[in-house]
Design a protein around this ligand. Structure first.
Ligand code: ARG
Length: 266
């Protein structure tokens, strides 16, 4: 009997607690101005691959903070929409899987919309367009893709540059070797393992400015390399981001970011 009363009391107390919980929740979402604000400064988890100066990188001499064109852009967008951002640095080829596994709310990493990617994630409107370069050691006498016959050309794993390198490899008889990080590719160029590497112009120029043993020439590609913000498929963020990105383009804010971050002005 005692046990039964105890059980009854327990159930009663749990019931009251649950009811209190609901009441409290309802109170919190009753929609006053401050609540809306609190809800808006929601933290978004952002994935990036900080090996891509000047778009996203860490200036290790100064701090361990991720900085760059894309980071500024993400912060501008977040400010306008009232979000806070929390960045995670990971290899470029882990970014799309990270979105799919709900580790990130969005990715900004100089990523180019492609048909294959579009099947598993969503892209914002494009905020930037770049060209491709073939980077070579200065003493190599390589000035066209044809000169790379029988040589090794590097590219970043899972990048459109890797796809391009593979296409050019077939046409010009060289082999492609991929690395996870751009600095690894630069290293292989300097130590002679790679005789060339496909890297986009702005990133290449950034490395050339710091390595006078490297040089580059532009390569013709069919599809332009746009950059866009990347979302989980079906994400509500896309519509709000698109609107702000378009506004930032129209207001000349993207041009200001280019001036701030690019070594060589276009
Ligand atoms: N635009 C190229 C792509 O989407 C390369 C981007 C690499 N980005 C980076 N943060 N490493 O495949």
């Amino acid at each position: 009997m005692k046990n039964k009363i105890f059980l009854f009391m327990l159930v009663l107390v749990m019931g009251i607690l649950a009811a209190c919980g609901t009441a409290a929740d309802e109170g919190a979402s009753s929609g006053s101005k401050t609540d809306e604000k609190a809800e808006q400064s929601k933290v978004l988890r952002v994935g990036t691959s900080a090996d891509y100066a000047p778009f996203e990188y860490v200036d290790t001499a100064k701090s361990d903070e991720i900085i760059g064109f894309d980071i500024d852009l993400a912060n501008l967008i977040a400010d306008r929409l009232g979000y806070k951002l929390q960045f995670t640095n990971t290899d470029f080829n882990s970014l799309i899987p990270g979105l799919q596994a709900d580790k990130f709310d969005f990715v900004i990493a100089g990523m180019t919309p492609t048909e294959d990617r579009d099947e598993v994630v969503d892209f914002s409107v494009a905020y930037y367009e770049t060209e491709q370069y073939l980077v070579t050691p200065k003493d190599s006498d390589i000035s066209s893709l044809k000169d790379l016959k029988g040589k090794v050309v590097g590219a970043q794993v899972s990048s459109i540059q890797e796809d391009l390198a593979k296409i050019f490899a077939e046409e010009n008889g060289f082999t492609v070797e991929s690395r996870n990080l751009i600095p690894e590719i630069i290293q292989e160029l300097k130590n002679g393992r790679f005789q060339g590497a496909v890297i986009e112009n702005i990133v290449a120029e950034n490395y050339l400015a710091q390595n006078d043993d490297l040089t580059s020439f532009p390569i013709e590609v069919e599809d332009p390399d746009f950059k866009a913000v990347v979302f989980q498929e079906g994400s509500d963020l896309k519509a709000e981001f698109d609107e702000v990105i378009q506004a930032l383009i129209d207001e000349g804010k993207i041009d200001e970011l280019k001036k701030k971050w690019f070594v060589v002005e276009e």
